[in-house]
Every structure is written in C-alpha cells, then in structure tokens.
Design a protein around this ligand. Structure first.
Ligand code: LLP
Length: 419
C-alpha cells in the first residue's frame, strides 16, 4: 500500500506500529473543498474544524494555513490551538460544563466566541468577563429535537440530550435577558448540532428550518451555526454525500429558508470534524500471532481498543487490508483482534483477507477521526505515533509514547495535612 508516494511497509519499519498515518495533501484538499464551496452571496460563511476529531499542533497549523476557523471543547484543545499560533478571534469554544479555569483561559486568550450551553454557564462567563474587563461574543446552543437517525450515543439533539436548551424555553428567555445590553457578553446568535456520522442530508434542512424560525423573532441579523456531523465512508456500505455537493446543498437550504421566512443572517457556520480527517488517515498495525478456534480465525494486531475504541463503543465497522498482499485472493474469513485484556477488543469481525503471517502489516482504513483523539493508556499501552505523509516523504507530528512517558506523571507524594 502506498500513500502519497510513501510505502506503508517502509513507514512501519521506520516509525514502528501501531502507527497513525495521514495524507497531508488529502486533509488540505478536503479543507479547501469545504472552504471554497461553503459560500453565499447573501451572508458571510465560515467553516470551523471540530478539533475533537483529531488534534495535534501540526494539524491545527494546517487548519490555520487553510483559513478555516476552529471549534474547541476544552482547555486542552484551546491550548493546542494557542501552541499552533491559531488566531484566537476565530476560535469557537464549546462544551456543556466549561470550568471557571477554562472560561478564564478563553477570556485571557481573547477567544472570539463561546458557545453557551446553559444559563449557569452564562452567569459565570458574565462574571468572569467583567472581572477581566473583556468583551466576548456568545452563541446559544439550542436543542431543536432533530433526530438524525445515527447511533444513539452520538446523536445529541433528542429532547433529553444533555446539550443546549430548547427555543423559547425558560432557560432561553433567561439567557437572552442576561445578555440584553450587557457590555461584556455580546449575544451573537445560535448554534445546533444534530448528531454525528449523519448521512441524511435532509436532517440539515429540517435543522435550518427550525433555526431560521427561531431567528425570525430577532431584528438584528445574527450568526447561525448548524454544527457538523457529516458522514464518512468507513466501509462500502457507507455512502456519504460528496463535500462540494454537501456544502452547496446546505447553502441552498439556508438561502431558500431565509428567503421563505424573510429572515436575514449575518453569518452561517458549519463545523465538520470527522469528514475532514477520517478517510484521510489509516492505522498501520503489525500482525502478531494468528489463531484458529473451531468457529473463528483470529489475526492479532499490536494495538486495538486503546488506539481505536469506536468498534467497542459504537459497534463501528471498518475495513482493512494486508499491505503488500492487496492482490492476493481473500481466502480466509478472520476477526481482527487487538492485544488488550478485554474480550470486546475486536477491531473488525469476520472480514475476508488473504493468509497473513507474523510480521505482516495490517492497515485499517478511515481511522483518521476519533482514533488518536480517543486513544487511551489502558493496559499501559503507549499512544501510537502519528505521521503525515506528502509527496513521497513522511514527517512525525506526534511521537510514540515511551514507557517513561507512561509514568511521567506518577509521583511518590508524601502525606500532607489537609485542613
Ligand atoms: N460540533 C459539535 C458541537 C459537536 O458536538 C461535534 C461532535 C462536531 C461539531 C463534529 O462532528 P463530526 O463532524 O466530527 O461528526 N466520538 C464519536 C463522535 C462524537 C462527536 C461529538 N461531537 C465517534 O467516534 O463517532
């Protein structure tokens, strides 16, 4: 297997496995495709990269260089943005329970916009902004009850969701009242996010309709952020809408709905994460032992749920290949299992592959989103290295954790009196 002119087997030899490999040009092309197609003559537009999908300093530098804005959901993600030299006025800070420290950090760094989840948060933000004598824009996260028919754990807008509040609810009115005439927190509009790995583009039409209906009660043109969640291809069963068509369709939904309801907006935002990085990344493993039991055959790989929790957590489906054996007949039905001490540590169940032997490189495709970013040290596994490849060359952007890294926060603290 070759990615951007680089042989995956040679990469594995050089950087070790498991290894996250991203095609840098493919990420850039995807971001530019979003930016160039998500445009309207009627209002400003912005594409925000949802950095939870995959964040490291070099990734955020790519986002900066492509001219996208940024969605962060924690002080940690904000810190990565700062280290990447990201323009803080183009950062949007999400989250339902931002701590006082995180809000203070955002204010100190002059983050452009906070997406406020609830009234308590808004009260806290107002107090802190007054103390720091800062002005900050806020969007309110709304729960508009659109169910995008995705996995229940990643659909966020069912009415019992923990995120946001309902339009015209008591919380809604209280939030608006608190911002009224305030010089520190400046109400700028609304946000919604209807789920993740969404293929039904009409779900966004419904979201736009509901959001525009909310905007109708305001005279001033506001910002409307309709979130991310655009589906990607993990296996042949997934049929995502092509990015330029997706962008144009959503712009079309917004333009016609605004016209229909006679509403003007200042800016329309989307915030894709997965669809910018998922298909642009793969994970390279080394096959260790293989095993046949009466009902199944296993290929064991040197990673697993510690670098890809999605199969265990969401029953997510992936496909894979054996690098260098792409053209051999797929004669064996196997289950690709990780090395964790956990029965659920299965990456792919029942896939047809060629015969593999110890030392072969097994490549799981479309792992660029929520793989590295959700990785863990369970069983004291090291988080793998991440490399970017481009035009026949490779560069390491995250180094593999060493055993020393695994204990670098361990302390032999002495007991101190707590009063
Ligand atoms: N905006 C908001 C407010 C979000 O909550 C999310 C994802 C996104 C944007 C980006 O969604 P995307 O385009 O990446 O689908 N760990 C799960 C996904 C959780 C998504 C959480 N929010 C997974 O691995 O499928």
């Amino acid at each position: 297997m070759v990615i951007s002119g680089v042989d995956v087997n040679k990469l594995a030899d050089k950087f070790g496995t498991p290894l996250f490999v991203y095609d840098e040009n493919a990420i850039i092309d995807k971001m530019l495709c979003y930016k160039n197609n998500f445009k309207s003559d009627l209002f400003e537009t912005r594409v925000l990269y949802a950095s939870k999908a995959f964040s490291c300093v070099e990734m955020i530098k790519l986002v900066k260089n492509c001219g996208l804005s940024l969605d962060v959901v924690s002080g940690g993600e904000l810190y990565v943005a700062k280290k990447a030299g990201f323009d803080m006025s183009e950062v949007y800070f999400h989250g339902n329970n931002k701590s006082t420290d995180e809000l203070n950090f955002a204010l100190k760094e002059n983050v452009g916009t906070i997406i406020v989840d609830n009234f308590c948060e808004l009260e806290e933000l107002k107090k802190l902004a007054e103390q720091q004598n800062k002005q900050i824009k806020v969007l309110f996260r709304l729960n508009i009850g659109v169910d995008a028919h995705t996995h229940k754990y990643i659909s966020t807008t069912l009415f019992e969701s923990k995120f946001g509040f309902m339009p015209n609810s008591e919380e809604f009115e209280k939030c608006l009242a608190l911002c009224m005439g305030d010089k520190n927190v400046v109400f700028d509009g609304f946000h919604c996010h209807i789920g993740s790995q969404v293929f039904e583009i009409n779900a966004y039409k419904l979201a736009v309709e509901k959001m525009v209906a909310v905007l109708k009660q305001f005279e001033k043109p506001l910002t409307l952020n309709i979130g991310g969640g655009f589906g990607v291809k993990y296996t042949d069963d997934d049929k995502p809408v092509e990015t330029s068509l997706l962008c144009k369709t959503i712009i079309g939904f917004a333009e016609s709905e605004l016209e229909k309801q006679k509403v003007k907006i200042k800016k329309l935002l989307i915030e894709p994460g997965r669809s910018i990085v998922a298909e642009e990344g793969v994970t390279v493993y080394t096959v260790g032992y293989t095993k046949d039991i009466p009902t199944k055959s296993f290929y064991f790989v040197d990673g697993g749920m510690t670098d890809n929790i999605r199969p265990a957590l969401y029953q997510a489906k992936y496909t894979c290949l054996i690098s260098g054996k792409e053209n051999l007949p797929k004669t064996k039905k196997v289950t690709v299992a990780g090395k964790c001490c956990e029965s659920g540590d299965i990456l792919i169940e029942d896939i047809m592959l060629p015969e593999a032997t110890k030392g072969d490189r097994l490549v799981v495709l479309s792992t660029g989103a929520y793989g590295y970013s959700m990785s863990s040290n369970y069983n004291k596994a090291s988080v793998p290295a991440v490399v970017f490849v481009k035009d026949g060359k490779a560069r390491e952007v995250v180094k593999r954790q060493s055993y020393d890294d695994l204990i670098c926060c361990d302390r032999d603290g002495e007991y101190v009196e707590i009063r």
